[in-house]
Ligand binder design. Sequence first.
Ligand SMILES: N[C@@H](CCC(=O)N[C@@H](CS)C(=O)NCC(=O)O)C(=O)O
Length: 211
Amino acid sequence: VKLYSYFRSSAAYRVRIALNIKGIDYQTASVHLVKDGGHNKQTEFRAVNPQMRVPALMTDQGDVLIQSLAIIEYLDETHPRPPLLPKDPLGRARVRGLAELIACDIHPLNNTSPLRYLKNTMNQEQGAIDSWYHHWIIEGFEALEQLITPAPYACGSEVTLADLCVVPQVANARRLKVPLERFPKIVGVERACLALPAFDRARPENQPDAE
Ligand SMILES: N[C@@H](CCC(=O)N[C@@H](CS)C(=O)NCC(=O)O)C(=O)O
């Protein structure tokens, strides 16, 4: 399979972890989100994903899948071992709830496009943009901190889809210097996950396009 990725993309990071956990060999097609106004906006990538965002996954049959959570669930269904979702419906709903708290409610507000819009169209200063970024991460993490019980992973003793969302979001928070002292459980989950090779290999700094 081919993963359209960018080393700093936290949504692509989620999928890289899933591919590693499942032991699926993949080729990285790097799409630079910053250079020349974003290579994701160019015709070549627009033909792959009209939404012009990474990740996108091209299967060996040439099908293109978009949206990290949909891609991860596809990988989980086609490569069931080890599972990324619990078997029971209640457990699945809990894991998905945490994943969506991050992927639907935190991440979209700190994404490249909205931040660029704040800067270029709304003419906001960098300081105001940084406050926006910090605000939405902190608000989301305050809820997440109460919802997880590191044992040692976000939802117990097995890695789940929730961990695949927590670790990249914490990486983003660290990059933008969001203080994390108030979130010991979240940081504990990150620490436990990063001790696993599948997570470590997926880190931004370990990607072929890392700068
Ligand atoms: N909900 C999407 C988010 C994808 C997304 O927004 N990716 C970012 C990088 S993390 C991107 O490609 N941004 C480019 C842009 O906003 O122009 C997913 O989970 O895959």
